[in-house]
Design a protein around this ligand. Structure first.
Ligand SMILES: Nc1ncnc2c1ncn2[C@@H]1O[C@H](COP(=O)(O)OP(=O)(O)OP(=O)(O)O)[C@@H](O)[C@H]1O
Length: 451
């Protein structure tokens, strides 16, 4: 089988920087493929020491007179000068500027971020104007903003008291780590800002809504099969990168359709690292024990049962997402008949019954090539959804399978095929008359042509 062409955008300057640091300190990562047992032993034994050295090297206190400030990366990244002017609206959660002037704040960011301050964030969002509000999540409100340098950013402003106010150093360091990762299919994390009770995360702004909005038909023209495959591949690449090609494996923990942002060119960027967790790096430890986090419908049952988080929890959520993309349905559809409420169960049953075409999103054009994709993608999803994590494929394997499916889809879609059979329309499948499509008369009896 032809291997996936490397989808990863290496080397990047930041990766190079990190690798140089790693080399200096005698440890390696999966990316440069030089890990071997003696090095790992060394890493294991000296982990604490190395972490200390690494932290000292990478971070420095911004100002001595702000002992509670969070750590910021070195090389004069950004500071957040607080001015006395009032930039705040009358929202009760916002404090007066004088309170801010006497409190502490910091911005951490990667090297690509120019100088910006809390003041600039407030100006960028026009004092967090409702007009700039672009979304609301469990953890806060998301605003669109334009920085002084012209860049558009999405600013997630944490709900007060909803998020752990006393963000631990560990979390902040995770944010720092995440701010340094770089992949075409990951929403770039620009930084984190903490200021009094305010906590904000700044990320790259992506303009074309979420995958869920596209699947729901709220945005765009409904995604075609080829576009869905590209998006699935983008997501698989992004998660593979997190699991395998960062210095320290990262588990996203909240892979779901509303966390997949869509670009104007209908490509995907995985967002929302609020839950992300650094995975176990010690080869003797295959999981991280952690409080359960994630979203109902996407949660790995093995993680729920054991509290042990591994990269395979992301694989499970990805399986749910694949089903979502093929069926168009939400993971939980509470208004449907009982047997259809849990979409993965319903869709996998259709797969087992040889009736995948009945599970196919009614918005998708019907044609043998698309039917083939639905069947193969559901088969892949089925393996991702295995109850035991050890039976699930790696994300890299998922990406490879999707590449193969896409290749076959393209070949079938363009190759001349016999005129399609015309069936009477039934069920909830709309008639389509695009290339190679057909409408369905008796969905129960359809067996698609896999030749
Ligand atoms: N980087 C971004 N660019 C553009 N829009 C964004 C960006 N990040 C988030 N949004 C918008 O804000 C909405 C809310 O995002 P957020 O991540 O806070 O919540 P969520 O993922 O929908 O839910 P939850 O917080 O429960 O996981 C998204 O659905 C999206 O519409």
């Amino acid at each position: 089988m032809k291997k996936t062409p490397s989808p990863f955008n290496f080397p990047s300057p930041s990766n190079q920087r990190r690798q140089n640091l790693n080399m200096q300190h005698g440890y390696t990562n999966k990316h440069n493929h030089t890990t071997h047992s003696s090095v790992l032993d060394y890493v294991k034994g000296a982990a604490k020491k190395v972490a200390g050295v690494f932290t000292k090297l990478l971070f420095r206190r911004r100002k001595q007179n702000h002992p509670e400030e969070i750590l910021v990366p070195d090389s004069s990244r950004n500071t957040a000068p607080i001015r006395g002017t009032s930039y705040f609206s009358s929202e009760s959660s916002l404090k007066s500027s004088s309170t801010y002037a006497s409190s502490t704040s910091s911005v951490v960011s990667n090297g690509q971020v120019g100088n910006f301050s809390l003041e600039e964030i407030i100006m960028a969002t026009e004092k967090f104007s409702p007009a700039n509000k672009i979304g609301e999540g469990a953890f806060g409100t998301v605003y669109k903003g334009r920085l002084k340098d012209g860049r558009l950013v999405a600013i997630k402003r944490m709900k007060q008291n909803k998020y752990d106010k006393r963000l631990s150093l560990e979390f902040k360091n995770e944010i720092l780590t995440l701010s340094m990762i770089e992949h075409l299919n990951l929403v770039r994390l620009y930084g984190y800002l903490e200021h009094g009770d305010e906590q904000m995360i700044l990320v790259e702004y992506i303009s074309n809504g979420t995958l869920r909005e596209h699947l729901d038909g709220k945005l765009g023209n409904g995604l075609e099969m080829s576009e869905r495959l590209e998006i699935a591949i983008d997501i698989a690449h992004a998660i593979t990168y997190l699991h395998m090609y960062t210095d320290h494996p990262i588990i996203h923990r909240d892979i779901k359709a509303s966390n997949i942002l869509i670009t104007e060119k209908l490509r995907a960027k995985v967002a929302d690292f609020g839950f992300a967790r650094l995975a176990a790096k010690d080869p003797d430890t295959s999981h991280v024990s952690t409080q359960i986090k994630g979203t109902v419908g996407y949660l790995d049952p093995d993680y729920l049962r054991t509290n042990q988080l591994t990269d395979k929890s992301d694989v499970y959520s990805f399986g749910v997402l694949l089903v979502e993309m093929m069926t168009g349905r939400q993971p939980i559809e509470s208004k449907r008949p009982t047997l259809e409420r849990v979409t993965i169960r319903w869709a996998i049953q259709k797969l087992k019954d040889g009736e995948v075409v009945l599970a196919m999103d009614p918005r998708l054009k019907r044609c043998p090539a698309s039917n083939m994709v639905v069947e193969k993608v559901l088969k892949l999803a089925h393996t991702c959804l295995a109850p035991l994590r050890k039976s699930r494929p790696s994300m890299k394997k998922c990406a490879e399978e999707l590449w193969d499916i896409r290749k076959e889809f393209k070949e079938r879609f363009v190759s001349p095929s016999p005129p399609p059979l015309i069936f009477r329309h039934s069920d909830n499948f709309p008639e389509r008359d695009a290339l190679g499509s057909f409408s369905i008369e008796d969905g129960e009896n359809i067996k698609f042509d896999s030749a």
